[in-house]
Ligand binder design. Sequence first.
Ligand SMILES: C[S@@+](CC[C@H](N)C(=O)[O-])C[C@H]1O[C@@H](n2cnc3c(N)ncnc32)[C@H](O)[C@@H]1O
Length: 249
Amino acid sequence: MSYKEFSYFYDYFNYNADYDGLFNKIRELASGRGVDNGIVCDLGCGTGELAFRFNRAGYDVIAVDNSDEMLDVLFDKRDEEQAYNVQILKQDITQLDMYGTVDLFTCTFDTVNHLEGADSVQKLFDKVSLFMHPSGVFIFDMNTRYKHTDILKNEVFDFIDEEADCHWQNTLYADENKTKISITINDKHAGEEYYEEFFEYYYSLDEVKKMLKNAGLEIIQLIDGESFGDIKPDSQRYLFMVKKEQENG
Ligand SMILES: C[S@@+](CC[C@H](N)C(=O)[O-])C[C@H]1O[C@@H](n2cnc3c(N)ncnc32)[C@H](O)[C@@H]1O
């Protein structure tokens, strides 16, 4: 599910997300597989925080998202950075179409959970497998089942700030393995209120492993997506690095 008006407030309310830490970890993991340069494709790139970091580090970057509003923000940030070598594609990542292979695919901050159910996740994995260079890697994260059922649950969060307030309501649909997220934003500058809702879907580790296997992808690292240590029963996010199964080594 793609973002709408929330896109314009994404960076504002996400200011404490550690993109530097995530970028450094992804680089370290990819580098350990010999992927130190080449083409990086960030799937569901949002406002491009990760994509622009890869660009600054000298990679050839393709940033993909299908939200017009996110892409608005992304184009503005590309202008600000004068990062015109970053290619921006408006595509549904489950229908990804590329004109060549990619050395490093990334997909972060729960983008995979935003896809509408297991069939869509499978389609994403199939596309990544199709377009990934034989020695490339795909690094992605996912919010865990535990986070949805024990942490997000039916919680309400209120972020009160100078320019805008955000009221965030979670509603757990445990029978359907999904959480509805309803967001109301009060834009104090514009004097406008926006409402949007979307679902995040969650999966067991076994389900994810099966989907990867179906796509011909093999896990080479699976760590906690926040501590970057071992996964635990109460890990809230997993970080996966996968490669194509047929690759030697
Ligand atoms: C939680 S945001 C994460 C953004 C970014 N990856 C980050 O690390 O900040 C999820 C993003 O995925 C995008 N998205 C969701 N479903 C998508 C789809 N099917 N195709 C392309 N983009 C999608 C949304 O528009 C949104 O920008």
